[in-house]
Design a protein around this ligand. Structure first.
Ligand code: B12
Ligand code: SF4
Length: 491
């Protein structure tokens, strides 16, 4: 039996930044430059394989052959015969995923959907598939494939408990075209998160505590992966240092393998010397830190309590001093933010010498506590019930009204901040200053000149469209400053 696993690309963002206002007039040169850079950025920067589909295609069932179609690279093989098509559905790319489902179903092929959006909104997905898999599918996928063989596919698969991660489940790369990716060494050591930031839903989908794979399984995976691909490793865990003892033991055991790796950690790492040392010695070259806001007021307004204002600068500096580059992930537009925030973000980035700053706009993902709250407060700028309205982009559109800043001031201050941060001079300065992987730091910063330029163009386009819409619409989005000071932020 032949099973195809599909990863759909999103409308814009890391899968290749494109304007979300495609019909807005731009010069021919800009059009050409955008399309060249879009392809370059997609290939060079973020092209890692979809881990969920690696996991599913590693589950072996006799008589079943599984293939991956990554739509960032491949055309859909619509004319081949498939016994089942499985599609991973992310909320911001649900439109694309459902479109793929419809095209296969129109040809009589059975479709099963899974992934974060299905886990969060099974009822909204039911009409788009023959079968749904709700939640983590490590055990359920085998059941689906066995049922397929028996011709007895069920409408829903869901288990009462989260999968037991202590079971040995080796991840294989056999369904991947290894060469096309930036790296295929993706490893997940844990699932779930002990925190509850209101703009996130990891703790809802994967549980509110960390569950770990046994250390020996992870070490064996590193050893096996190294035989096929010697490139950098990406530990996809959301908070790789959440469990200090586990992280210290795991990465100490990885020291002899002399790998290079990147991952995602909390800022508390700066206060965990033993973990930091194990990370640095085992080849950690860069970490994404979810800093979000630089004040307690901003972070606490979104239930992010683990980042303490008075420790943030020290923690970031400690991590960089250990030889690890920092990708600082910030959010502008948090409820505690004011027009003073861009200057504070800028000063923080200068003081800590963060290697790659990422300035995100607050995005209410459906299914998060933030989404529900903003919907109740009437601050969403898209229809609550339109599941297609929320799409992944690169901060190119404002999706909710900031609490203390008018939309106009917000967009202008965002533009000023990102213009000042992402320049050729800063890109080279950050690369020269980087504690490790200077080429990657340069590449990221250069790509961001283009990507944030696109965001500015699109946000201004959104603003001018908002101003042109009917009086009721612009009044409901309140373009007039409610509580914002008059002085727009200028650097
Ligand atoms: C690694 C990662 C990335 C990487 C790699 C993405 C990639 N190419 O795979 C990078 C950094 C590039 C990235 C980018 C983005 N990401 Co991301 N990312 C993650 C992260 C941390 C881990 C995902 C992962 O690999 N998990 C491991 C696999 C094994 O687990 P899984 O994906 O949950 O899959 C299981 C089940 O869902 C299910 N399943 C999944 N697919 C399918 C399909 C079928 C057919 C079946 C049966 C089952 C099934 O079975 C799997 C095994 O149990 C998650 C957070 C998290 N903890 O999940 C966020 C997460 C997936 N990302 C998210 C977001 C928002 C983004 C971005 C939009 C960020 C941005 N602003 O640009 C982009 C979008 C890119 C894109 N098109 O997907 C959100 C998605 C929310 C949602 N409701 O859809 C998450 C959940 C984080 C969050 N805070 O909410 N991301
Ligand atoms: S943002 Fe990070 S720390 Fe907060 S709940 Fe999500 S995964 Fe956990």
């Amino acid at each position: 039996m032949r099973v195809l696993l599909v990863f759909a690309r999103s409308a814009s963002g890391v899968d290749g930044p494109r304007s979300v206002f495609g019909d807005a007039p731009v010069s021919r040169f800009t059009k050409f430059k955008d399309s060249v850079l879009q392809r370059l950025i997609q290939r060079a920067q973020f092209a890692v394989p979809p881990m969920a589909l690696m996991v599913l295609s590693s589950i072996e069932v006799e008589g079943v052959e599984q293939r991956i179609c990554d739509m960032r690279f491949d055309e859909l093989p619509l004319d081949e015969r498939w016994d089942l098509v499985g599609i991973t559905v992310h909320t911001g790319a649900a439109r694309e995923a459902f479109d793929v489902a419809r095209r296969f179903r129109a040809r009589g092929t059975k479709v099963v959907l899974g992934g974060p959006h299905v886990t969060l909104f099974p009822d909204l997905c039911a009409n788009e598939a023959d079968s749904l898999v709700i939640g983590e599918a490590d055990d359920l996928w085998r059941v689906v494939l066995e049922d397929l063989k028996r011709g007895a596919l069920k409408a829903r698969y869901q288990s009462d408990a989260l999968p037991d991660l202590s079971i040995y489940r080796p991840v294989s790369k056999r369904a991947l075209d290894i060469k096309r990716y930036f790296t295929t060494n993706l490893i997940q050591t844990s699932r779930g998160c002990p925190y509850r930031c209101d703009f996130c839903n990891v703790y809802v989908m994967n549980g509110n505590r960390s569950r770990h794979r046994p250390i020996e399984h992870v070490v064996a995976e590193v050893e096996r992966f190294l035989k096929e691909d010697k490139r950098i490793f990406f530990f996809v865990d959301d908070t790789i240092n959440a469990d200090r003892a586990y992280a210290t033991e795991l990465f100490t055991k990885l020291i002899p393998y002399k790998i290079q790796w990147v991952g995602q950690a909390t800022t508390l790492l700066g206060q965990q010397p033993e973990v930091l040392e194990a990370f640095a010695k085992s080849g950690c070259k860069g970490l994404l830190l979810g800093i979000e806001g630089v004040t307690d007021a901003a972070n606490h307004s979104h239930r992010k309590f683990q980042n303490k204002e008075n420790a943030l600068v020290r923690n970031v500096k400690a991590i960089r001093q250990a030889g690890i580059c920092v990708y600082g992930s910030f959010i502008y537009g948090l409820d505690g933010d004011t027009l003073e925030t861009p200057r504070r973000l800028y000063d923080f980035i200068e003081e800590t010498e963060i290697d790659v700053p990422g300035i995100n706009v607050l995005r209410p993902i459906p299914g998060t506590a933030l989404f529900d709250r903003l919907a109740a407060e009437g601050r969403l700028m898209f229809p609550k019930d339109d599941i297609y309205a929320f799409r992944y982009s690169w901060g190119q559109e404002l999706l909710c009204k900031p609490k203390n800043i008018s939309i106009e001031d917000f967009i202008e201050s965002y533009c000023d901040l990102t213009k000042k941060l992402f320049t050729f001079k800063n890109a080279f300065k950050r690369a020269l200053n980087a504690p490790a992987i200077p080429h990657a730091i340069l590449m990221f910063n250069l790509a961001y000149i283009q990507m944030y330029g696109l965001s500015r163009r699109d946000l201004r386009q959104q603003l001018s469209r908002l101003k042109q819409t009917s009086p009721e619409r612009s009044r409901s989005f309140s373009l007039d400053a409610k509580a914002s000071p008059n002085s727009a932020f200028r650097l």
